[in-house]
Design a protein around this ligand. Structure first.
Ligand code: FAD
Length: 567
């Protein structure tokens, strides 16, 4: 029997506790559910996580030869790109979630779900240790151990605070549905508090100052959503304080949305300036207290300034979950930020474990080696140089193969890379050739930046689909270990490696305007892209129920505006 296990991570309190205490010993008497107990003919696949990666794996798995056990502290899938809309009530929280049991119910594969967090992976004995995340009186029965034949780790990432003092205590995050609901309540709360008669003018200004740390897509989208909420709805309800509202976006780099095309960055910065959203670039947050944010102004020689605020959102990228860090040290990856996998999404150093989504990345070192190999292959005459045409073909080949490089190359940083390449002697002299050593030097310069690429739902979902397809064929392949004729001789794996297809990305900028960067470097900004955004996000919902609810919410908002009740 074969079992597939998927593990997911949630933002609930108990998970946070468990993650904060990874060393806590689990009860040795915790029951072990063996695959044989479930069905002794099937292999057990355990899936950790019900996010983009875990859910897309589950939805695409069709092979009834597996027994699937999904484990996640959250019993639903959440459509994260619409979380900023939930913060301001443009869309309701329940419209963007789908119960995982609803998804599992429609499968022909045996699926079992447990609402619990994985606390430890024991890869040697093929077991995972879990604990229910619900406060209950189960007298120790909330802990259990599950064994697996295959483990799929799809637990996403947590927020990266860079250990900045005061962030966890004072800032909001926007990762989970609960976070979005909390932000919505806090925004209204700020307006109500600022409207109290005894509050001084200065204190009102502070309370109505909304600070957003991080100028990436989430921070920018939240700033835009908040601006719309304030100007379209709240100003009518709180006329006495409307002129005191301020929104500030703090970004340590030189520009906001720096992973997008330069035209989009410029448009967003100009639009925010017109809208009165204060964009402070070169501003690095070093400490947050209950009422003030301390920033180091990188453009002013590191001068520290303080910003009084009423509500702060921290949105500066993703970090590693503690139990994943523990697992990484078990498999010799202790010095990495996320789990390294090979191109078939298997965790390096661990045979039966796969990792997909935000918690994993394809090993960069191998990528660089492969890129050099692609170059050598293109260098047919072994001269160590490529013509510009050959060079372009190499870039296309690389783009097709590697998600992280592709996003990188298609983004603004691609231009930086091309600039770097242009600085190399052969190209700058006008020669049509590029030296392999110069090419490698340029690539190594961008290597460190590539590691910091944002993790996206698009990559996570495609990895889930890819892995499900592998599992759908795994049994056939085991019966025919030589694999399809065309792959014989490569000796690496029986499936094609994972290839990412970049379908473009959106940046909603408020006022019914969206920036879209589509494949082929096609950029569209404005109202037409907003309609494209509406249609793409409607079609990407995981059920017809979600589609209907989301569209209804948008229509409701157009007719009656957003609801400002603080519930
Ligand atoms: P997640 O979707 O985060 O899922 C992780 C799962 O693991 C969850 O179910 C969680 O409960 C579970 N889990 C956590 N801990 C444990 C544990 N200990 N044991 C078991 N299970 C556990 N990407 C885009 O491509 N386009 C966008 O427009 C976009 N917008 C975004 C907007 C916001 C506000 C945010 C926060 C993200 C956005 N993203 C977007 C990024 C995208 O959401 C992530 O890249 C994506 O969710 C990653 O999928 P995942 O499955 O790896 O992780």
């Amino acid at each position: 029997p074969k079992v597939l296990v998927v593990v997911a991570v949630s933002g609930c309190g108990l998970v946070a506790y468990a993650e904060a205490n990874p060393e806590r010993k689990l009860a040795s008497s915790a029951p072990v559910l063996t695959s044989a107990e479930v069905d002794n003919k099937k292999k057990k696949v355990v899936v950790l996580g019900t996010g983009w990666a875990g859910t897309s794996f589950l939805r695409n798995l069709k092979n009834p030869d597996y027994e699937v056990h999904v484990i996640s502290p959250r019993n639903y899938f959440a459509f994260t790109p619409l979380l900023p809309s939930v913060t301001c009530g443009t869309v309701e929280a329940r419209s963007i979630v789908e119960p995982i049991r609803n998804i599992a119910r429609k499968k022909t594969v045996d699926v079992q779900f447990s609402e619990a967090a994985c606390l430890k992976i024991d890869a040697v004995n093929q077991k995972i240790y879990c604990r229910s995340n619900v406060e209950n009186n189960l007298n120790g029965q909330e802990e259990f151990v599950v064994d697996y034949d295959y483990l799929i780790v799809a637990v996403g990432a947590n927020v990266n605070t860079f250990n900045t003092p005061g962030v966890v205590e004072n800032c909001h995050f926007l990762k989970e549905v609960e976070d979005a609901q909390k932000i919505r309540r806090t925004v209204i709360d700020c307006f109500e508090r600022a409207s109290l008669p005894a509050v001084s003018e200065e204190e009102r200004k502070r309370i109505l100052h909304f600070a957003i740390v991080g100028g990436g897509p989430t921070g920018v989208e939240f700033a835009a959503a908040l601006h719309d909420f304030v100007n379209e709805d709240l100003v009518k309800l709180y006329p006495g304080v409307k002129d005191l509202v301020k929104i500030t976006l703090l970004e340590a780099g030189d520009h906001i949305l720096n992973m997008f095309d330069k035209r989009i960055t410029a448009f967003a910065e100009e639009k925010f300036q017109r809208d009165g959203i204060n964009v402070k670039t070169g501003s690095m947050v070093v400490k947050v207290t209950e009422k003030e944010i301390f920033t180091k102004e990188l453009k002013n020689g590191g001068e520290v300034s303080t910003i009084p605020y009423g509500m702060a959102l921290w949105s500066t990228g993703v970090g590693t979950r503690p139990f994943i860090r523990d697992f990484m040290s078990q498999v010799g990856q202790a010095n990495r930020r996320v789990l390294a996998t090979d191109e078939w999404l298997r965790v390096e150093g661990c045979d039966k474990v796969y990792a997909i989504g935000d918690c994993a990345t394809i090993n960069q070192r191998k990528v660089m080696e492969d890129i050099a190999a692609i170059f050598r292959k293109a260098d047919k005459d072994n001269s160590g140089t490529l013509t510009v045409e050959e060079y372009k073909a190499v870039i296309n080949d690389i783009c097709e193969r590697y998600p992280q490089v592709q996003v990188y190359l298609k983004s603004q940083q691609m231009k930086n890379m091309v600039d770097l390449l242009k600085e190399t002697p052969d190209v700058s002299k006008g020669s049509a050739e590029l030296n392999i050593e110069d090419f490698k030097t340029a690539l190594s310069k961008v290597d460190s930046q590539m590691k910091n690429l944002p993790a996206t739902a698009q990559v996570a979902a495609q990895q889930g689909v890819y892995l499900a397809k592998c599992f759908n064929r795994m049994e056939d392949c085991e019966k025919n270990p030589e694999g399809p004729l065309r792959f014989r001789g490569e000796g690496r794996h029986r499936f094609r490696p994972f290839r990412y297809k970049h379908l473009g990305q959106f940046a909603p900028l408020g006022g019914e305007q969206t920036a879209a960067q589509l494949p082929g470097d096609w950029v569209s900004i404005g109202h037409s892209s907003q309609w494209l955004w509406y249609s793409v996000y409607t079609s990407k919902q995981v059920s017809w129920r979600n589609r209907a609810l989301v569209v209804t919410d948008w229509v409701r908002r157009f007719i009656w505006g957003r609801d400002s009740s603080r519930i």
